[in-house]
Design a protein around this ligand. Structure first.
Ligand code: SME
Length: 150
């Protein structure tokens, strides 16, 4: 993957006069296009009153998991622990919510605004163990760049 090209594209999107939701959608699109092992890219937003994550913009196959309780699945655990989680083999994960049988691995990165957890970037891959430091660093950088959209 070309990290610099991705970051440049994200910065360009953030400068556009689009609504925040549209910007997030465009970011999903470019991540899924630029990185071959990113098969599903989406955002979940925290609804503080109900302590649930609500599905926001995404690129990939539609999912029925539009609402996830904090603590449930990989997404819910990241909302609880507020730290990036990489699952290289989802079949070995007990607290996991399967979206599709094709998914083998997942990375979820928290988004903070004014030091509060507000959302997360969720990426599913059909590849086994594809995620490394490059993915983590790239997505954590994007997470910092997009914080003001929430
Ligand atoms: N696998 C996630 C659920 C969301 S889907 O990947 C889109 C989880 O375990 O939280």
């Amino acid at each position: 993957m070309n990290v610099e090209r991705i970051i440049t594209q994200v910065e360009e999107i953030l400068k556009q006069k689009e609504k925040p939701t549209q910007k997030l959608q465009l970011i999903c699109n470019i991540l899924q296009k630029e990185v071959s092992h990113y098969d599903w890219v989406g955002f979940y937003m925290l609804e503080p009153t109900t302590q649930t994550l609500k599905l926001g913009p995404y690129k990939g196959k539609p999912t029925t998991h539009t609402s996830i309780a904090v603590g449930k699945g990989v997404c819910g655990q990241v909302a609880q622990n507020q730290t990036t989680m990489i699952v290289q083999d989802v079949s070995k994960m007990e607290n996991y919510i399967a979206c599709s049988m094709e998914v083998q691995s997942e990375i979820v990165v928290p988004v903070f605004k004014n030091k509060h957890f507000v959302a997360e970037i969720d990426i599913d891959s059909h590849a086994y163990a594809p995620f490394g430091e490059t993915d983590k660093n790239l997505l954590e950088e994007i997470s910092r760049l997009i914080a003001d959209l929430f």
